[in-house]
Write a protein that binds this ligand. Structure first.
Ligand SMILES: C[S@@+](CC[C@H](N)C(=O)[O-])C[C@H]1O[C@@H](n2cnc3c(N)ncnc32)[C@H](O)[C@@H]1O
Length: 249
């Protein structure tokens, strides 16, 4: 089923919600970086946001992911855009970050910090940041506290049991010793243009390819369910950029 997983998700423009516009908006909230910033992009995937960061900020960017085929796509793209001198794709595990303390001016992570869990993820980044360094993550958060539909709760409890509300996330940021610079929701089109629309088309094709294969079809319908829930329950959860600063060492 691993093979089908990659057939579903490989070659999509992005592997999580997002857009160039949202990355740029978050970058605009990061001020006073050095001329040649050292940047770590965690869980970069095929690196849509890495390319955006390279164009907007330059510097030295380590783009880390554990899935080599995604890094290969990023390498090709970086070459095409003449950014190979800026972007260094690195195969690694964000659960075991192995960089010297205070290595980075900026740590970026779109749609991947959840892999460690919000609190553990941001805490593991903190020592790696220089004083006044920034941590910018996008993360799925509950936007409601009451009347959460049970089927939606059940789905996300299974997919991401540690999913927090916005208020809980802000509390974690405060308690972790970061200064909250800003946070904002990704617009609805960030779920669709580069992710759910292409994914819908992919699922349609795979449904035909795997017709009669019960196990494969179950997996396809499970992914379809995530898209369907976004269509009907968008009021209950969203994707948010959280922009944090490490003001003190
Ligand atoms: C939802 S995708 C986000 C990708 C990209 N940042 C984007 O927004 O399009 C999560 C990424 O985290 C990577 N990943 C999963 N577990 C990881 C781990 N333990 N260490 C590093 N990367 C991991 C996946 O391969 C995938 O590329």
């Amino acid at each position: 089923m691993d093979q089908l997983f990659f057939e579903i998700f490989n070659d999509l423009p992005r592997q999580g919600p997002g857009s160039h516009a949202s990355t740029s908006k978050a970058v605009s909230m990061v001020t006073n970086l050095p001329d040649v910033p050292h940047i770590l992009d965690l869980g970069c995937g095929t690196g849509s946001q890495t390319i955006a960061l390279a164009k907007l900020l330059g510097g030295h960017i380590i783009a880390l992911d554990k899935h080599q085929p995604y890094l290969d796509v990023l390498s090709q793209q970086a070459q095409k855009e003449h950014l190979s001198n800026v972007i260094k794709p690195v195969r690694g595990d964000l659960l075991f970050l192995d960089f010297p303390d205070q290595s980075f001016d900026l740590i970026w992570s779109e749609g991947a910090i959840y892999i460690a869990g919000f609190k553990k993820g941001i805490m593991s980044c903190k020592p790696l940041l220089k004083k006044n360094g920034y941590l910018v993550v996008s993360e799925i958060s509950w936007t409601d506290s009451v009347n959460r539909p049970s089927e939606l709760k059940e789905f996300w409890n299974k997919e991401y049991p540690g999913m927090k509300s916005i208020q809980e996330s802000l509390k974690i940021i405060r308690e972790s010793g970061f200064e909250l610079v800003h946070y904002f929701p990704l617009p609805e089109e960030d779920w669709w243009t580069h992710l759910y629309h292409p994914l819908n088309a992919r699922l349609k094709k795979l449904r035909e390819k795997y017709s009669g294969n019960t196990e494969a079809l179950e997996m396809i319908e499970y992914v379809q369910k995530e898209i369907h829930f976004r269509e009907i329950y968008a009021d209950h959860y969203g994707y948010f950029f959280y922009i944090m600063k490490k003001s003190e060492l």
